[in-house]
Ligand binder design. Structure first.
Ligand code: SF4
Length: 113
């Protein structure tokens, strides 16, 4: 499955949601320490089509096998959308302004990338 990483946190651009052919992006009903404000891919529903990965302007989506070590915990975080489904709802496409290249680089730099 593909994994949304912390690079999405508080960004929540939904370009990925718009292209997913199986609607497997979820968002928390309530933001909490357990369920931070980001998008989540259901690993049970993701069909590994890879369409979303290049759509994310924050470059926050990785195939599970390529998730950087710094985001290893995000694999389990995305799995919450399957195991704790009651806490989530289907993500909705929202209007968004894509970030600048500088903003993307600064967001990645927070994680040493
Ligand atoms: Fe959806 Fe395909 Fe991305 Fe999986 S890889 S989340 S199925 S767009």
């Amino acid at each position: 499955a593909f994994v949304v990483t912390q690079l999405c946190k508080d960004c929540v651009d939904t370009a990925c949601v718009a292209v997913c052919p199986v609607d497997c992006f979820y968002q928390p009903k309530d933001i909490s320490a357990e369920t931070p404000n980001m998008l989540y891919i259901s690993p049970e529903e993701c069909i590994d089509c890879a369409v979303c990965e290049p759509e994310c302007p924050w470059e926050a989506i990785y195939p599970e096998e390529d998730v950087p070590d710094v985001f290893e915990d995000d694999i389990a975080l995305n799995e919450l959308s399957d195991t704790e489904r009651d806490l989530f709802e289907l993500a909705e496409v929202k209007d968004h302004t894509p970030p600048s290249a500088d903003e993307v680089a600064a967001n990645k730099a927070k994680y040493g990338l």
